[in-house]
Design a protein around this ligand. Structure first.
Ligand SMILES: Nc1ncnc2c1ncn2[C@@H]1O[C@H](COP(=O)(O)OP(=O)(O)O)[C@@H](O)[C@H]1O
Ligand SMILES: [Mg+2]
Length: 367
């Protein structure tokens, strides 16, 4: 049964019952009173007259009740329309969302009070679902695109090796190496994707421990020192004395710092410098990497933390990048309740840093 009909039925029943009750009680009391008065006091009212008055009063009450009923029905119909129309619209919208049917737009439902709030909430839900759906589609397209090239290369070279017995030994080795390189590339993409998915799904949670940043950063620097030296880049560490301890997950810190340093070394020419630094700030510590490299133009800077976003796709791929490094850095920072920040000037260099709040085990909402 529709809400409006149910409301109407309820009100009609209530008014009828009340009316009958009033008629019964008032009639009863009047009769009782008249019977007593005519019996004891000599009044100018005989029995028949008294009953006539009672009957009149009953009729009046019944009429009043009928009038109340009519007014109630009218008001209920108007009110129920007012309430049920937006609810019907909301129902259709919710059904549309559930069936991926976007033909029913999240129409602005103007209704007062809770129904209006529900309408706003459903509209927001619809917008979020659309955004989520787009992210999912883009993600699948990106992953497929990233894997297609190495897969095609691997397939092509393997086919040649299998079908052509006359390939010279040197070429054979070269083909096998190409296959291996591309397999590793796919491995890196899959590893990074699994990392991201573990952090996002909450399957990985940081285990923050009080950490001596000097030691932890020296360890991370050691992992990239060779690469820096090979390219003729000076790698230095600057740990501020008031920012030499932090509560953080050490494995995550190492992953963050290797990602940032590898990027910095890749994008800094020979003779440049890369610095891993810490900085104290209100409520926590910044840990970051600064370089004197090529820099990132403002239109790209705001997007480098997006999955698979690269300024120069070809170069990033050729040097082993997956386009997922900074996205992982951001996820790791956020898992600590922290944030990331990138500043850059084209031709002068880039600084990318991560803020670790003092109590990294608290979620941002608690602070
Ligand atoms: N220090 C830096 N200097 C210049 N560009 C950078 C730097 N760090 C990152 N980038 C840009 O941001 C993009 C995204 O970085 P990242 O997510 O680590 O992916 P990649 O696998 O390409 O390194 C890189 O492709 C590069 O274009
Ligand atoms: Mg990277």
């Amino acid at each position: 049964m529709k809400l409006a009909h149910r409301m109407l039925l309820q009100y009609v029943v209530v008014v009828l019952v009340l009316d009958l009750l009033i008629i019964a009680i008032v009639g009863q009391r009047l009769e009782h009173r008249l019977a007593r008065d005519t019996a004891t006091v000599p009044v100018a009212l005989d029995h028949r007259e008294a009953h006539g008055i009672v009957a009149e009063v009953r009729t009046d009450i019944a009429l009043a009740g009928a009038a109340a009923l009519v007014v109630t029905v009218l008001l209920t119909v108007v009110f129920a329309r007012h309430v049920s129309q937006p609810i019907t619209k909301l129902r259709d919208m919710a059904r549309g969302l559930a069936n991926h049917d976007r033909s029913i737009p999240p129409a602005p439902v103007s209704a007062p009070g809770e129904v209006g709030e529900l309408a706003v909430a459903i509209s927001q839900l619809s917008v979020q679902l659309d955004a989520l759906e787009k992210t999912r589609r883009d993600f699948v397209a990106n992953v497929s695109h990233e894997l297609r090239t190495p897969l095609t290369i691997v397939g092509g070279f393997a086919e040649t090796l299998v079908e052509d017995d006359d390939v010279p030994a040197d070429n054979r080795r070269q083909f096998a190496k190409t296959i291996l390189d591309n397999t590793r590339r796919m491995q890196r993409i899959v590893d990074d994707l699994l990392d991201l998915s573990r952090i996002e799904s909450g399957g990985w949670v940081p285990r923050p421990v009080d950490t001596d940043l000097r030691g932890a950063i020296a360890e991370a620097a050691a992992l990239v020192r060779d690469a820096a030296e090979r390219k003729g880049i000076a790698l230095t560490v600057q740990v501020a004395s008031e920012a030499s301890r932090a509560s953080l997950d050490r494995t995550a810190l190492r992953q963050i710092l290797t990602n940032l340093s590898e990027n910095a070394i890749r994008h800094t020419p020979t003779g440049g410098s890369v610095t891993i630094f810490t900085l104290a700030d209100r409520g926590g510590v910044w840990v970051g990497v600064r370089d004197t490299g090529e820099g990132i133009a403002p239109e790209h800077l705001s997007r480098v933390f997006e999955r698979f976003y690269r300024v120069d796709t070809g170069r990033s791929r050729d040097s082993g990048g997956t386009g997922l490094g900074l996205s992982i850095v951001r996820h790791l920072a956020e898992a600590h309740g922290g944030t990331t920040q990138a500043t850059s000037e084209v031709g002068r260099g880039t600084t990318i840093r991560v803020f670790f709040p003092d109590r990294a085990d608290r979620s941002p909402a608690d602070r």
